[in-house]
Every structure is written in C-alpha cells, then in structure tokens.
Design a protein around this ligand. Structure first.
Ligand code: PHE
Length: 360
C-alpha cells in the first residue's frame, strides 16, 4: 500500500507541474496508458488471491480515477491560462476611430465620365439620358439616316430579337448617343445645352474597339449658335480635360447625316517613347465627330430650323481615357482583371471637380 501511495504522490505532483498538453499526455501514458505503471499493477490483480484482489482492486481503481481527473483538471487550467494570455496580448481598443481601407476603385471610364460632366457642367450643360435599347426611329430615321443609308451597315448594328410573324422593325442596341438629342428636343425643346454620356454598341472587336463602349453626346440649341461656338466649347473642354494650356485642335471637313456642315476634330500631340503629350509635336489624334445640327434632325425633334440652330458633337469616352491615362489596349477596360483595376483605378472618395483637381 505504501508503494501505491508513493506512486500516487509521484504522478499527482508531476501532473500539477506539467507545463503543457504534451507533457500531460506523456504522464497519462506513463501512468495509465496500456503499459503504464498503474495499468501494469492492475494487470497483476489476476495473479492475486481473491482476498488480496478484493482489497487491492478498489484501491487501484481509485488511483486510476484520481490520476484521470487530475489530468483533466490540469488540462483545463492550462487552457484557461492560455486563454488569459491571449486575451492580454490580443486586445482591441473599440473606442479608436476607424481607419478607412478602401478596397474598390473607380474604373477609368467612370472617372473620365465624371471629369467630362464636371467640365461641361461648369459651362452650363446639364446631363441627359436615354435608353440603351433604342427604336430604329430614334437611332436612325430621326437622325436623317433612312433605311437604305450606308451608315446603317457601317455602324455594325446589333438588332434585337422579334418573334416570328412580328413584322415590326426590330429595336437596336443604340449605336451612338445621338438618339438622346432627339429625345431631349422632343421633351424639352429649345434653347438647351446638354451632354449625354452612356454606353453604345457596335459589332467590332480589336485593340481600339469593343462591342460595348462609351460616348458623350453634346447638344446646344439657341437662336444664333454657330461653328465658332462649337470650336470654342471643344477647345475649352480639351484644355480643361487634358489639363494643359496650349491645346490645338484641327477641324477636318467630314460627313455625318445628322450634321451639316460636319467636322471631325483632331488633337495635336506627340508620341515620345510610348508617352503621349497633348498640345505639342506633329501627330494628330482623332477624338470626336461634330457639326451643326441638320435641319431635318431639328424638325424630327419638333424644332423649327428657321428659328433655331445648334451644334452637336460625339466624343469617345474610352478613347479619351486611353489618351489621358496612357492605357494601351481598350479590351482590357472590360476584362474585369482585378490587377488592372487596382493599377488604373481611381480612389473612390476623390470626386473630380474643376477646383479640386480633375484627376487629383
Ligand atoms: N454619332 C456620331 C458617331 O457615333 C458622332 C457625332 C455626334 C457626330 C454628333 C456629329 C454630331 O460617330
């Protein structure tokens, strides 16, 4: 019996002193594991006389139970101590002010659209909108593009589905923002000054073309508006947008069914080691189409061309974004590659204004 008392004291002391779970497991194996000291003693019970067994059995069982609960108790207190340590180390001051960690970013197209809106808003233009699924009349006829006109095929139009037997001309995904001119004239008349940014669609795909892209339409109507007003407006816009003083534009005679006369506008620039500089050099970059609104278009918009004239223009927003921010491939704009968005994206809380800085 003395031997058992010594054994009990030895194990209980060691259990109390164990500093981690691994040490506890070693002790468990040494005492009550298959070949543990206590287990071996229990195995000897078989060789004892019935009287001896009657005495030794309960004592050994009690010893085994005691060791088992001492192990469990020590394990629990080690876990408590560990938790206590962590709580001390990993505290969090919930009264601290939040530190904003912005994850999303503003897409260059959204940024440039905001910049364009800010510049034209400063010149007194408001923003108008129209649907992306447009009727054939708004997208073509009202803009002086009759059914047989070659522009219809040049624009690589996406036609919407019509059920078999439905004889109506199918709707289209608008091929330009110009139908917003008509919608706006019909709803608001003249005088007016608007821009209409938005998505447009054409079946075309290469480094500078994607089937969906963005335009901003401009329309100014009043009693005596001329090409001179158009030229000033566009020069003023380019100066503000490219954030350089000496912008030079070249107006090249062109043709659009909805303007007369029509001009395409090029921007003087230089390409130096893949870097674009606006306002210097010997290169010209086409950036927009424009002209004086055609009398037939005014009439389609319910306006008397004898009383009112105006200018209109259509700028490719994605083109402007590529130029200003040096982005070489248009297709990457719409690939949704997070690395691209992080690289070319803008801080979400910086709103472009003329005073605060457009691209700051
Ligand atoms: N709608 C023309 C285009 O998409 C651009 C344009 C708009 C030209 C307004 C003149 C006037 O190419």
């Amino acid at each position: 019996m003395d031997g058992l008392n010594a054994l009990k004291k030895k194990y209980l002391d060691q259990i109390m002193a164990a500093s981690d779970e691994a040490a506890l497991e070693d002790l468990r194996l040494a005492a009550i594991g298959k070949k543990g000291e206590v287990s071996l003693k229990m195995r000897e019970l078989g060789k004892m006389t019935p009287e001896e067994r009657k005495r030794a059995g309960p004592v050994l069982n009690a010893l085994k139970n005691e060791i088992t609960s001492a192990l469990a108790a020590r394990k629990a207190s080690l876990a408590d101590a560990a938790l206590e340590e962590r709580l001390k180390a990993e505290w969090l001051d919930v009264t601290l002010a939040g530190r904003p960690r912005s994850r999303g970013s503003v897409h260059p197209v959204s940024q440039v659209t905001e910049e364009i809106v800010a510049i034209f808003a400063d010149m007194g233009f408001s923003v108008a909108e129209g649907p992306q699924i447009e009727s054939d009349w708004y997208n073509f006829d009202a803009l002086n593009i009759p059914p047989e006109h070659p522009t219809r095929t040049e624009m690589d139009t996406f036609y919407m589905h019509r059920d078999a037997g439905d004889e109506r001309v199918p709707n289209v995904l608008r091929t330009h923002t110009s139908p917003v001119q008509i919608r706006h004239m019909l709803a608001h008349g003249a005088p007016t000054r608007i821009i209409a940014p938005g998505r447009v669609y054409r079946a075309d795909y290469d480094q500078t073309h994607t089937p969906m892209f963005h335009q901003v339409e401009g329309l100014a109507l009043d009693r005596d508006i001329s090409m001179a007003n158009l030229k000033w407006t566009l020069e003023e816009f380019c100066r503000a947008f490219f954030e350089v003083e000496n912008v030079e534009l070249r107006f090249r005679a062109s043709h659009f069914p909805f303007t007369e006369p029509s001009a395409e506008v090029d921007l003087r620039c230089s390409w130096d080691k893949g870097q674009l500089k606006v306002g210097e050099g010997d290169d010209w970059m086409e950036i927009l189409g424009s002209g004086m609104v055609h009398p037939k278009v005014l009439r389609a918009g319910g306006i008397d061309p004898e009383q009112v004239q105006g200018f209109a223009f259509g700028i490719g927003i994605d083109r402007l974004a590529m130029l200003k921010y040096g982005i070489p491939d248009l297709r990457a704009f719409f690939d949704c590659d997070l690395r691209w968005l992080r690289h070319y994206g803008f801080r979400a809380l910086d709103v472009p204004t003329l005073r605060g800085g457009l691209s700051a």
